[in-house]
Design a protein around this ligand. Sequence first.
Ligand code: HEC
Ligand code: HEC
Length: 142
Amino acid sequence: MSVRLASVSIAALFVVAGYATLASAKSPQYIGSAGCKCHKAEQAEWSKSSHGKAMDLLLAAKRSKQRNLAMKKAKLDDTKDYDKDAKCLPCHTVGYGEQGGYEDDKSADTLKNVGCEMCHGSGSEFRKIHAANEETFTSFAV
Ligand code: HEC
Ligand code: HEC
């Protein structure tokens, strides 16, 4: 457990360091949740979780009655789609407003929802961590 948590916080440090120094204009880069598909068990669990479906909450056609009640309570229009609303996207997508992050409908589906990279840091930085541990890949969706 402590090892797992350590690796997560190391990832977070890499991302923070990346932003702080702006070492390279290209880094960090989001790759989208599909880029983490080697982790099959985590992918399967995440897809079923609320985080894996967070974007649906912004779409009128996909919201349940209960969700719409929550919308009304929050004084939001439950008949409306909010999937292009800059107020909502930072928490319902990956990296909205950041380099390589979600940008409205120009973006791939794999940057929708609260994806892997929202907690583990950007894929480009994570790839360096994998490489530093001499881990290799047969495929990588960048
Ligand atoms: C600061 C982050 C953040 C922003 C900004 C944000 N959300 Fe959320 N949203 C969350 C979190 C976290 C949850 C899950 C926890 C909860 O339900 O309160 C959530 C849950 C929801 C739910 C389900 C509520 C329920 O009780 O079932 C809806 C619907 C929703 N958001 C719509 C929106 C819309 C529409 C906007 C923009 C007007 C928006 N959110 C902006 C973080 C955010
Ligand atoms: C809401 C935050 C969050 C999201 C989203 C998330 N993770 Fe995690 N993940 C964690 C935390 C916290 C841990 C460490 C604690 C644990 O293992 O439960 C973790 C642990 C892991 C581990 C280590 C498990 C092990 O057995 O050592 C892997 C691999 C992983 N996540 C992959 C993913 C992938 C792939 C996705 C996307 C499909 C993802 N995570 C999405 C927070 C998240």
